[in-house]
Write a protein that binds this ligand. Structure first.
Ligand SMILES: N[C@@H](CCC(=O)N[C@@H](CS)C(=O)NCC(=O)O)C(=O)O
Length: 207
């Protein structure tokens, strides 16, 4: 069976979820035409939402006319079309471990960072009914997420499975996105500092 091929990635400048897909694609050597949606200007709520079915980016267009959204769903499809280098697990056990850590990083670090920004920065009011106390609550969660990341990296230098995977991409984009909430890595998190340096040096990490 021939699977529909991706022919367009819709993304937004500086947005972290599209960045996860861009890094994933770069690791696999996938090059696609890209289109930008200006989410700070509210463009996602207009023509984008109408054609895609949701206002979120990233969105991947396929040559059968359909759309895929949700970062991990897009990555899973790209992994099926381009299995090498493997980023999501070579067997069920590895895939489960990688997904476990990627979800931990998404829910316990990436999401709290995003919530601090979306509820704490007045410029983000275009996207959010802001609750400042929610921003504050999530600052504490970012700290816990960073502790978890340091713990994971202290074992063998990667977030999961002892090698570079989508779990590193999720965690790395979250850590890099902390600049928007003026949050530094704790100085004592040695394993995270070393890891960040290595991941930043990969050509795929170009913002
Ligand atoms: N669960 C979605 C979340 C996507 C998402 O939140 N994208 C942000 C940009 S990083 C967005 O589209 N924001 C526009 C808005 O919230 O109005 C995914 O994993 O792709």
């Amino acid at each position: 069976m021939t699977l529909p091929r991706p022919d367009l990635l819709v993304e937004a400048p500086y947005a972290p979820n599209p960045r996860r897909v861009r890094i994933f694609m770069a690791e696999k050597g996938i090059d696609l035409p890209r289109e930008q949606v200006d989410i700070m200007a509210g463009e996602q709520f207009l023509a984008h939402a109408e054609r895609v079915g949701t206002f979120h980016v990233p969105a991947l267009h396929l040559d059968d006319g359909s759309w895929l959204t949700e970062t991990v769903a897009i990555c899973r499809y790209l992994e099926a079309l381009h299995p090498e280098p493997n980023l999501m697990g070579r067997d069920a056990r590895e895939a489960a471990e990688i997904e476990m850590w990627s979800r931990r990083m998404e829910f316990q670090l990436f999401y709290p960072v995003a919530q601090v920004l979306r509820h704490g920065n007045p410029k983000m009011a275009v996207m959010e009914d802001q609750v400042p106390q929610w921003a504050e609550a999530n600052r504490t969660r970012v700290q816990s997420g960073l502790e978890l990341l340091e713990h994971a990296l202290s074992r063998d230098g990667y977030v999961a499975a002892g090698r570079y995977t989508i779990a590193d991409i999720t965690a790395f984009v979250a850590v890099e996105f902390m600049r928007t909430i003026r949050q530094e890595l704790p100085e004592a998190h040695d394993a995270t500092h070393v890891w960040r340096g290595l991941i930043r040096a990969r050509p795929s990490s170009v913002p």
